[in-house]
Each structure stands twice: as C-alpha cells, then as structure tokens.
Design a protein around this ligand. Sequence first.
Ligand SMILES: NC(=O)c1ccc[n+]([C@@H]2O[C@H](COP(=O)([O-])OP(=O)(O)OC[C@H]3O[C@@H](n4cnc5c(N)ncnc54)[C@H](O)[C@@H]3O)[C@@H](O)[C@H]2O)c1
Length: 251
Amino acid sequence: MRLQGKSAIITGAVGNIGLAATRLFLKEGAKVLLVDRDTAGLDRAMKEFSANQAEALVADVAKEAEVARYAAHAAAKFGGIDIFFNNAGIEGPITPIAEYPEDGFDQVMDVNAKGVFFGVKHVLPKMREWSSMIITSSIMGLRGGVRSIGYVASKHAVIGIMRAAAKDAGPRHIRVNTIHPGFVKSEMLGRIQKRNTELGLPAGDAFYMRQVPFGIYVTPHEIAQTVLFLASDDSRQVTGQTIAIDGGYML
Ligand SMILES: NC(=O)c1ccc[n+]([C@@H]2O[C@H](COP(=O)([O-])OP(=O)(O)OC[C@H]3O[C@@H](n4cnc5c(N)ncnc54)[C@H](O)[C@@H]3O)[C@@H](O)[C@H]2O)c1
C-alpha cells in the first residue's frame, strides 16, 4: 500500500493511461478524484470502483473555470492534495506542416499545454508539503515527429511548464516531473495509425516496433508503475526530471 492515506487527482482519468493509473493508485490505497470530459467513460469507470475511494468529476481541462472547480472540489474533499497526475491530452491533427490548420494547432495547445498550465496554476497552491505532480508529455516532447507539429510543440511546452513549476514549488518540497510514454497500443495510437494509412504512409505495428530497441509496445500499466514511483515517497528527492518509458526509443 504505497499510497495509503494519500489523495490524488488524475486528469484524462478514463483514457488508456489514466485508467491504468487510477486502478493502480486505488489498489495502493489512495483516494482518487477522476477528472475527464468523457461523461460516459467516467460512468463506466465508476462502476468498477468503490465510492469510498473514488469520485468522478466531469471537466474540460482547457477551460480555466472548470479546472478551478475540480481543484477546489479536491481540496475541500481531501483537505489537501498529495498527488496530481496532470495527464489529459489529445493528439490533434495528423497532417503535413504546410496543411496543418491553425484551429487544430490552437486546439492541441489548448488541451495539452494550457490545460496542463491551468492544472499547475490551480492545483499547485492546494498541494501539501512533500507532495508530487506528474505531467504527461511524450517521446514527442523530447524529439521531433512528422505530421504532428502541434502535438510535438505542446509536449515540448509542458517540459517548460514542469521546470517552472518545479522551481517554484521547490521550497515547499513539492516535486514536479514529466513522463514521456513511448508507443502505447491505445485508441490514440489507433487513430494516428488510421490517419497515416489514409495518407498512404507506413503505419503498421511492425513500422513502429522497428524504431524501438525492445521491439514491443509499452502497456498503460507499465506507464502507471512509473507514475506510482513518482507519486510515492520512494521518489522524495526526484524533481524537475523528464522520464521516458519507451523501451529505448529515445536511445
Ligand atoms: N497513447 C500513446 O501512445 C501516448 C504516447 C505518449 C504520450 N501519451 C499521452 O498520454 C496521455 C494520456 O493519453 P492516452 O494514451 O491515455 O490517450 P486516451 O485518448 O486513451 O486518453 C486521453 C483521455 O483524456 C481525456 N481528455 C482529452 N481531452 C480532454 C479535455 N480537454 N479535458 C478533459 N479530459 C480530456 C479523454 O477523454 C481521454 O479519457 C496524453 O497526454 C497523451 O498525449 C500517449
């Protein structure tokens, strides 16, 4: 029970990675506020969890008032926040740069960068001493990627947000880190594969796995295990770090 007595907020809580983290956090004894804009997904997830340990809140992380609302709700419910998994994200358009639409760029930045910033702005002041924030970036936050300039920009942006927040929160012994998942077999990757196939480009599993030294997909549970390490007291002095979970893709 590595999170016994701790309270957590998870955004994007019913996506592939968020749900794996929610399950693991609950198993390790935390109380969790699940935040997502997917109402049906939250309803489905809550059938699996005990109301003593988990609560769902519908919010769009790109809307500041909704972020302020979930932050205030968690603080009132828990009396303070120990873990904030600032994780919700979208892939945005999968399109060559010359055709990449302005509104698509805005949309992906609004969710992936501004949504993370709003979370930092409203949750960080409510976090306890010696607490932990984990922000989900991507391997695309550490290097370039084709046909996804908005996503790449947004996932680099959150490293800056993380470093600014980690410095600011240091005197309160609050750690802030980014995680950088590699290829996870997920709805998100499925959409990217479909779109690349439509564009006549290689997008099969073999194409992705050739780029990964381990040659296998990362599972959501494997991502969640690293998040658990960062959420637990085992990582007390780890802050300002970018941690890839990618089977060696970044090598
Ligand atoms: N799947 C991958 O291969 C992969 C790789 C690297 C990084 N990531 C990142 O991991 C994070 C989680 O992705 P995932 O793989 O679980 O994808 P997913 O699509 O399964 O889950 C994303 C979740 O975020 C929610 N969400 C999206 N926009 C939101 C908004 N504006 N407000 C509130 N909730 C919103 C969705 O409803 C969904 O439940 C994302 O930040 C993503 O960019 C994913």
